[in-house]
Design a protein. Structure first.
Length: 297
């Protein structure tokens, strides 16, 4: 597979997976503990998320002290007509872009966010309540925030995500087809796209010139299909065992990575939203074993 060791990172979500099938950042151990486990697993880079009590420079120094490099982080926004909330989204995007520039990370993922009580969290991965007018407003919001990020010299990479108003292949194509490539790149998550029944590899081929960085996930495709058909909600699907460490599910990771352009130099970030192992540390270790087997110098 076309995986460069110096472009392989992890976003260790397994530490923040809560008992109710959601994500709770307060569950994470200290940054130093995370860095120790990631380093010992043989992974050399981390999804960037600068803590509020650190400057980007201090954060980079903490990572470097463990032999870890910063990799693309994440911005999420929600559809709202409240100008105060939109201003908050713009301010947060600008701050994150500034941090990425200070860290020397050229890309950040940009996604619609979700809430526990959101309509599509209750009926995920099928384009529930599809509405063209809403999708156009989603597109406009993403383009607006992308412009804020671009102003700081960072490439915003659109990241479709199950449970949000931009989750299906059709919605992904609409956003990419109606926002200029000079404004918005593409940052596909193979797991979320597959959960929604999309062909992630074909999307990568079709928008190859816009793929800035990607998320690598493994999952149980049969379970994803059953959940869609049965109408399970987001958390029930996750708790049923949807996600697994790379190489321990049946997603076509090799096909997804193989679809990337030969000159691709973006980041591949491993994510396990909920580990299949007894502890997050064991899950991270298995991610590292997969990375060691497949990455090249």
């Amino acid at each position: 597979m076309k995986i460069r060791q110096d472009r392989l990172a992890i976003n260790p979500l397994q530490w923040v997976a809560s008992a109710d099938g959601w994500l709770d950042p307060t569950l994470a151990p200290s940054l130093d503990r995370q860095l120790e486990v990631i380093r010992d697993a043989g992974i050399g880079a981390l999804h960037s998320a600068v803590p509020g009590d650190l400057t980007p420079e201090a954060y980079a120094a903490r990572l470097a002290g463990h032999g870890i490099a910063p990799a693309p982080g994440y911005i999420s926004v929600r559809l709202t007509e409240d100008e105060t909330q939109r201003r908050t989204f713009r301010d947060n995007a600008a701050r994150t872009a500034e941090q990425h520039a200070a860290l020397g990370v050229p890309t950040v993922f940009l996604a619609m966010g979700m809430a526990k009580d959101a309509e599509r969290v209750g009926r995920p991965a099928v384009g529930h309540l599809d509405d063209r007018d809403r999708l156009e407003r989603v597109r406009d919001l993403l383009a607006e925030i992308a412009g804020v990020v671009r102003a700081h010299g960072i490439t915003p990479a659109f990241h479709p995500h199950v449970g949000t108003w931009a989750e299906t292949e059709e919605e992904t194509r609409f956003v990419l087809d109606t926002v200029d490539a000079s404004v918005l790149g593409f940052g596909p998550d193979m797991g979320h796209l597959a959960w929604a029944g999309a062909d992630a590899a074909q999307l990568v081929r079709d928008y190859a010139d816009r793929v800035a960085s990607v998320h690598i996930k493994d999952l149980d495709l049969g379970l994803a299909a059953r959940a869609r058909e049965a109408g399970w909600d987001y958390r029930k699907t996750v708790l049923a065992g949807l996600w697994s460490e790379p190489g321990h599910g049946n997603a076509d990771i090799e096909g997804f990575v193989g679809a990337l352009p030969d000159d691709f130099d973006g980041w591949l970030i491993i994510e396990v939203d909920r580990g299949a192992r007894p502890t997050p540390e064991e899950s991270v270790r298995l991610c590292g074993e997969w990375a060691t087997r497949h990455a090249r110098p």
